[in-house]
Design a binder for this molecule. Structure first.
Ligand code: HEC
Length: 149
């Protein structure tokens, strides 16, 4: 490969790197959750200041959150067994409400936006109440698990 081609290849790789990060394979459920938290703060700010663009932006980010890496999905599925369906359903519930919230924000409909926002948070907390500790325990890095014994 001549040097021009090498440079082109390097530029291409740089251009593709952020896209690879967006696919979510490099991330973890915990990092996804930290992102959701930031999106929720954004939505709350938007609702408190009547900034519907901010609300729509936060809602879109929640709707399009990265996928849980396959290795972690397997660990969660092994722990939850048949309850995996209920876990996924809670994720879908929050997803659907984030779309509803975005539509309400785009329509500048404050009442509808607040209603979707509240129900969406209930979805976040429902999953946490039921599954957060159990799932966090199986996803915790091994080193931490050993020191927790
Ligand atoms: C389907 C289940 C589920 C739903 C829905 C869900 N979470 Fe979580 N969340 C979890 C689990 C499991 C953890 C623990 C992850 C870990 O520690 O590895 C977690 C952890 C968190 C944490 C703590 C992260 C940390 O640094 O310890 C935050 C913040 C969070 N979620 C925010 C949210 C928000 C905001 C929503 C709704 C928009 C939401 N979650 C919806 C399952 C869920």
């Amino acid at each position: 490969m001549n040097s021009k081609l090498l440079i082109r290849a390097a530029v291409l790789m740089l251009a593709l790197a952020p896209a690879a990060a967006m696919t979510g394979d490099a991330t973890s459920l915990k990092e996804i959750m930290q992102g959701l938290r930031n999106n929720l703060v954004e939505i709350s700010d938007g609702l408190l200041t009547d900034d519907f663009k901010l609300v729509a932006h936060g809602a879109t980010s929640i709707a399009e959150h990265p996928k849980i890496p396959a290795s972690q999905v397997q660990l969660v599925a092994a722990e939850l067994g048949q309850e995996m369906a209920a876990f996924k359903q809670l994720d879908n519930f929050v997803h659907d409400l984030s779309l509803e919230l975005r539509a309400a924000a785009q329509a500048l409909d404050r009442d509808a936006a607040i209603s979707s926002y509240q129900r969406m948070i209930e979805g976040c907390l429902d999953c946490h109440r039921t599954y957060k500790e159990r799932v966090a325990a199986v996803l915790r890095p091994e080193a931490e698990q050993q020191s927790a014994l």
